[in-house]
Design a protein around this ligand. Structure first.
Ligand SMILES: [Zn+2]
Length: 284
């Protein structure tokens, strides 16, 4: 099976006159069913990169289950897998049975439908739904859905939010290998309100963003000794709590009907990714 993706890629490349570099990076990376035979290496940026030598998260572990196995998006850098194991232990300590793990990366990373980032094996989505069991079948993992922790009007958390959510997210933010975590705005504000007056530095890593009410998204720092991995811009100073109010006020106002629609985001071509990503695609 290792040869199939390479043949597919070669067929794609020889089938057009434009050359691989001009092709849709998403199409090229989404067609890969297995990782490249390299040492694990995160290449480029979280939203413009790829993953060499991806390792798959075991479908079930002592404290987690990988969800939606049919998507084949549980490929990761080993440091992300070690984090899942660490955080699942902390989830159990907080009173949960463990964690339900959503998307990480495709076998060779790169752009995937539905995600701007998740390209380097260093981003992992974790469900807000507390696991009821850790012996779900493959079919159950496809059918079960997470829950939202955001109120219908988008201004606060709802009754699904618990102290355990806070403890798990705080543990993730305090993890030195975690770069930042994306959550819905109301979660950020609630955590700001519930955190004590002292020792609030970890709150800086809890970042409000669109969506992220049914899962939180953890981004790992670049692995040590992998210069090809490009770190995101540093977090702004402060705990970010005052700035987060925007997400439950102005962000919820209806858009100006006279404003021009935002320009569509151009699709990434292979040439937009670091050149090593072509090697990742070409190596069986
Ligand atoms: Zn995500």
């Amino acid at each position: 099976m290792r040869f199939l993706p390479l043949l597919l890629v070669l067929a794609l490349w020889t089938g057009t006159g434009t050359g691989a570099e001009a092709q849709s990076a998403r199409a090229l990376f989404s067609s890969q069913a297995s990782p490249s035979s390299h040492q694990p290496h995160a290449i480029g940026r979280h939203a413009r990169g790829c993953l060499a030598g991806g390792i798959r998260l075991p479908e079930s572990g002592p404290g987690w289950q990988a969800m939606r196995l049919g998507r084949n998006r549980h490929w990761a850098h080993p440091k992300t897998l070690a984090f899942v194991e660490r955080l699942s232990r902390q989830a159990i300590a907080a009173g949960w049975r463990g964690l339900y793990i959503g998307d990480i990366s495709q076998p060779r990373g790169g752009p995937a439908p539905g995600h701007a980032s998740h390209q380097t094996g260093l981003d992992v989505d974790i469900w807000m739904l507390p696991p009821s069991r850790l012996d779900l079948s493959r079919g159950e993992r496809e059918r079960l859905s997470s829950i939202s922790v955001r109120s219908a009007d988008g201004r606060s958390v709802n009754g699904n939010w618990t102290v355990a959510h806070h403890r798990i997210l705080e543990a993730a933010a305090r993890d030195p290998e975690v770069e930042r975590i994306f959550v819905t705005g109301p979660v950020k504000l609630r955590m700001c309100a519930d955190a004590g007056p002292r020792d609030r530095g970890w709150l800086a890593k809890i970042r409000p963003w669109w969506g992220h009410d049914t899962h939180f998204h953890v981004r790992m720092t670049c692995p040590a000794g992998q210069p090809g991995c490009v770190a995101p811009d540093p977090l702004p100073p402060g705990d970010g709590c005052a700035e987060a109010v925007w997400w439950v006020t102005e962000a919820l106002e209806p858009p100006d009907p006279d404003a021009p629609p935002p320009p569509p985001r151009p699709e990434l071509r292979l040439a937009d990714l670091p050149p090593q990503c072509r090697t990742v695609l070409e190596t069986p």
